[in-house]
Design a protein. Structure first.
Length: 443
């Protein structure tokens, strides 16, 4: 009897302990803060998708997969801040899955290069054989001017995948930035010769390279090869992780793909017609509306472009692509002061937006605000040392101020970045002449 009571008592203790553990585990499990999202103002289909994803997290709060899936749904619908929280939580729960730091880096790619690079490097450490991750690491390194590091990143990948056309094409672009045109041509040619992929990216780069080298017959030959490839060829490296997000966006639908292709080949009217049809079905997609506005702008329909860009900003809040597009349309339609205001708003929202700095500088220069223009050009050059236009603009402005010593590195860098472009060469020659004229005889 005593033994029986002892066993019953032990069982009761275990049950109570297990219940306490379960309660404590549930109490300390990570939770998604619903207050960060106002689903009432979302399209019903998006709100439903979010509710389903949040429900999975609430049912399995320690599941990295559930948190990651919720992050992808949020990311697909431009809710980046909340998506980042989910990807960080997913990584905390499972630090062996490269998807979570990779997607975290992707959300930062257009707003914070340094943070994106840190996350991408974490993903690459987990999966060094992932070509998409390696290319994104190298691309960010190039944007930051870390050219030697980018070269090492690509060479490491090619050591195990020497025939990968996407790695070869990216390596070729790095060689172009470094002024190594012969090596660039070798990389692009090797990529274009690889089977089982559509070689448009490598062929397009070969066309540009031949034009820079004033080899028009070779450029024409590459162009003829391009025309033989189908229009719907793969223009980006395959990326299953990002494709999952795009599927959640709904952008994998045929109508959107056709619109994207029409816009890419410059058929603005066709693109506008297709985007109008897509937006009518999915008014909740700001990216499609931005592309529609761009198609209007390309066709010269300034009022429609302005109205569409503004509607994106009104309906979806601050959107850098829409704001930049609005500024560009104001500039192209001769409304310089409005354009300057919008470019400044882009910069306020995204301080490292190099193109906004450059375009604002151009408008300031046209308005006679030379000090402000120079500041803009220098800032764009600092953000991206491989930005040839900004380097040249900075050098020209400094030359016009007779500050030849300060101008020289910018002009030289522009020449290095724009091999075959005669304009930087002309300014370099003028710079050398003026430097020689200022040098006393005998020195």
């Amino acid at each position: 009897m005593t033994s029986r009571r002892w066993l019953i008592g032990l069982a009761l203790v275990l049950v109570l302990a297990g219940g306490a553990w379960f309660y404590q585990s549930r109490a300390t499990a990570p939770r998604f803060d619903r207050s960060t999202i106002d689903t009432a103002n979302l399209h019903p289909s998006i709100a439903e998708a979010l509710e389903q994803a949040i429900g999975k997290v609430e049912a399995s709060p320690r599941s990295a997969e559930s948190w990651g899936e919720l992050g992808m749904v949020l990311m697909a619908h431009d809710l980046a801040d909340s998506a980042r929280q989910c990807f960080r939580q997913a990584q905390d729960l499972d630090d062996t899955d490269m998807r979570w730091p990779y997607l975290l880096g992707y959300t930062y790619e257009e707003v914070d290069y340094q943070t994106a690079l840190v996350a991408y490097r974490e993903a690459l450490t987990i999966d060094p054989n992932s070509v998409p991750v390696r290319i994104r690491v190298a691309t960010i390194q190039m944007r930051l001017g870390l050219l030697d590091e980018a070269h090492e990143t690509l060479k490491t990948g090619l050591a195990t995948q020497p025939a990968n056309p996407y790695l070869l094409t990216t390596l070729g672009r790095l060689h172009v930035i470094r002024g190594e045109l012969s090596e660039a041509e070798q990389a692009f040619t090797a990529a274009a010769q690889q089977p089982d992929w559509m070689a448009q990216p490598a062929l397009l780069d070969l066309v540009k390279l031949a034009v820079r080298q004033h080899n028009l017959s070779q450029a024409t030959a590459y162009q003829q090869r391009l025309l033989q490839l189908p229009q719907a060829g793969q223009m980006e490296f395959p990326d299953p992780v990002i494709e999952r997000v795009r599927f959640l966006e709904g952008l994998s639908k045929l109508i959107a793909e056709r619109a994207d292709l029409a816009l890419a080949r410059g058929d603005a009217r066709m693109a506008a017609s297709l985007y109008e049809a897509f937006v009518a079905k999915r008014p909740d997609m700001p990216n499609a509306q931005v592309n529609l506005a761009q198609a209007y702008a390309m066709s010269g329909n300034w009022p429609a472009a302005i109205q569409r860009y503004q509607s994106v900003l009104d309906e979806f809040g601050e959107n850098v692509a829409a704001r930049y597009g609005l500024a560009a349309v104001y500039s192209q339609s001769g409304q310089a002061e409005l354009a300057k205001q919008e470019y400044q708003r882009v910069i306020d929202s995204k301080p490292d937006h190099k193109n906004a700095w450059l375009q604002l500088g151009i408008l300031q220069e046209q308005s006679g605000n030379l000090d402000e223009a120079l500041d803009c050009y220098l800032r764009a050059s600092e953000i991206d040392p491989s930005f040839a236009q900004a380097q040249l603009a900075s050098g020209i402005m400094l030359m016009n101020r007779d500050d030849l010593t300060a101008a020289a590195p910018y002009i030289e860098r522009a020449v290095q970045l724009s091999q075959g472009d005669p304009l930087p060469q002309q300014y370099l020659q003028e710079l050398r002449k003026r430097q020689a004229a200022e040098t006393p005889e005998g020195n």
